[in-house]
Design a protein around this ligand. Structure first.
Ligand SMILES: Cc1cc2nc3c(=O)[nH]c(=O)nc-3n(C[C@H](O)[C@H](O)[C@H](O)COP(=O)(O)O)c2cc1C
Length: 166
């Protein structure tokens, strides 16, 4: 196998857009106030110790602000959170405008998220134009409400159907 990449980044993005994911919003206490960004690269990694990973782009202007605080809160977004999630991915505007939230030690728990996982950053690994950030879950909680997840697929937002949510 050659070391040379022969895959066009746009094609790589197009192909991986077929992998449906949930969507999270990472929130943290920035030096100048609340900060947050949408991310679909959140994955659970280890049960013991409880580790998660997220992959921020090196071009992200928000990630360095989160990183500075050494901690963040993962909000797993619900199907009715499309507009909120779009705001947390936009380069302009106040991402927290009109978003109900509860302040936590690591960040902010957004109202009606499906689950909240508070994390402390543990390790970072270089990965091309992204960084693989490994964080330790310190507190977690799931909503008591039955709600569908927000799903991202081929660049569009949708939801999950097919089972009755208890
Ligand atoms: C569904 C979705 C998933 C995203 N996942 C990631 C991600 O995993 N990592 C990342 O760095 N940016 C991700 N982004 C982009 C960020 O939310 C945001 O647009 C980007 O960080 C630019 O803003 P910033 O400069 O404030 O960071 C995602 C955006 C969307 C809409």
């Amino acid at each position: 196998m050659s070391d040379e990449t022969t895959i066009d980044p746009a094609e790589f993005r197009r192909i991986f857009a077929h992998l449906a994911t949930g969507v999270s919003v990472l929130t943290a206490h920035g030096a100048d106030g609340p900060v947050g960004m949408a991310a679909n690269s959140v994955t659970s990694v280890s049960l013991d110790p409880p580790l998660v990973l997220v992959c921020p782009a090196k071009s992200s202007t928000t990630w360095p602000l989160i990183r500075e605080s050494n901690a963040f809160c993962i909000n797993i977004m619900a199907s009715h959170h499309e507009a909120v999630t779009r705001a947390f991915a936009a380069r302009v505007g106040d991402r927290f405008a009109g978003v109900g939230r509860v302040e936590k030690p690591t960040g902010f728990a957004l109202d009606e998220a499906l689950a909240w996982i508070e994390c402390e950053i543990q390790n970072e690994h270089d990965a091309g134009d992204h960084t693989i950030v490994v964080a330790r879950a310190v507190t977690m909680e799931a909503s008591a409400q039955a709600a569908s997840p927000l799903v991202f697929f081929r660049g569009a937002y949708g939801s999950f159907s097919g089972v009755e949510l208890a």
